[in-house]
Design a protein around this ligand. Structure first.
Ligand SMILES: NC(=O)c1ccc[n+]([C@@H]2O[C@H](COP(=O)([O-])OP(=O)(O)OC[C@H]3O[C@@H](n4cnc5c(N)ncnc54)[C@H](O)[C@@H]3O)[C@@H](O)[C@H]2O)c1
Length: 314
């Protein structure tokens, strides 16, 4: 299959691209390469350093499926430059959908976010609940989902709402909870947990990649939104798992953010998807990479710090 991956040089995109090459697909990646390029040279990979806002430059002839990951990908990153973020996360997404339909693309997947729900009292946060996005990042995701789904009459559209992703990638992110706590523990022998009672859903990066592979194999699944988050556990539980594996101390400081998020992914499971990995796997593999000297703490692994370094702020 011919697949375009936007954001294919990112944290998820790097692992996804490598896996889809291994699966035998032909891949085109379009990425600004803000966080570097860790993709290998490969005869079936065309790796373009480009911006999705320059939509006419994206080669769509012969593309069967688009996996659209290129976004400003967290709350503080979006706050840093809201105009850039709305342009990239929403406007460029609309233009990509529009051009995809014209080019005859049959299947479009969009990386939304489980954070679109906001804070919910319901113990089971399912796809039918209303969205009350809190941050500008959440808002861009909600609007972009609606834009993507407005094209569902012309191509299959799957908006995936991932939990926080964890685990190792050659383009590492250390600003996501499991990865951040694990790095603190390994580097300092100590983690700082703010509050700790807040519940968060998690997904291992390999399961994240497998979700996209699942939809690639089943493009006819009904267009719509699908949660993808499997371990709803407290930040303190994450820290305890890290402490068991590293070992490290846990220091608790008061938090001004008591928000808990949960996700129920039964809709995805009902399509035949089962996760195979856990937070514990993520901690173990990050620790192994660190101890082998293959993972060091770098500024470019922190989205906002690196966006400031690139002078991407408004
Ligand atoms: N990592 C998570 O925990 C998580 C959770 C939920 C949703 N998501 C979503 O999944 C997607 C991938 O996330 P990630 O963690 O890999 O983030 P990431 O920041 O590592 O990857 C995003 C990639 O997109 C590229 N990019 C940004 N703007 C671009 C543009 N205008 N044109 C071309 N490339 C551009 C960046 O250079 C980067 O390589 C994002 O849409 C994110 O919002 C991620």
């Amino acid at each position: 299959m011919n697949i375009l991956i936007t954001g294919g040089c990112g944290y998820v995109g790097t692992v996804l691209t490598q896996q889809l090459l291994d699966d035998g697909h032909t891949i085109t990646v379009v990425d600004t390469q803000w966080f570097g390029n860790h993709l290998p040279q490969h005869p079936r990979l065309t790796n373009i350093q480009g911006d999705t806002r320059d939509v006419d430059a994206i080669p769509l002839a012969g593309i069967d499926t688009i996996i659209h990951l290129a976004n400003i990908a967290n709350d503080p990153g979006v706050e840093l430059n809201p105009t850039l973020s709305w342009e990239v996360n929403v406007l460029a997404t609309q233009q990509l959908c529009d051009r995809a339909v014209r080019a005859g693309v049959k299947h479009f997947m969009f990386a939304s976010s489980g954070s679109v729900y906001g804070i919910k009292d319901e113990p089971q946060v399912t796809e039918d609940l209303t969205l009350v996005p809190i941050t500008a990042y959440n808002k861009t995701k909600m609007v972009a989902e609606r834009v993507c789904l407005s094209y569902a009459g012309q191509m299959h559209v799957h908006c995936i709402r991932p939990a926080t992703v964890c685990g190792w990638s050659p383009r590492m992110r250390l600003d996501v909870s499991v990865n951040m706590l694990t790095m603190q523990a390994l580097k300092n022998g100590k983690m700082t947990v703010f509050g700790g009672d807040q519940t968060r859903p998690n997904i291992h990066i390999r399961d994240m990649v497998n979700v996209y592979r699942h939809f690639l194999a089943k493009p006819d699944l009904p267009s719509g939104c699908y949660n993808a988050g499997f371990e709803n556990i407290s930040i303190m539980d994450i820290a305890r798992r890290v402490a068991d594996a590293t070992p490290a101390e846990i220091a608790v400081t008061p938090s001004n953010d008591p928000r808990s998020y949960r996700q129920n992914s039964d809709k995805l499971r009902a399509t035949g998807f089962e996760p195979q990995y856990s937070v514990a796997h993520a901690i173990a593999e990050i620790a192994a990479k660190y101890r082998a000297g293959e993972l060091v703490d770098k500024d470019e692994y922190y989205t906002v710090k690196w966006m400031k370094h690139l002078a991407l702020q408004a």
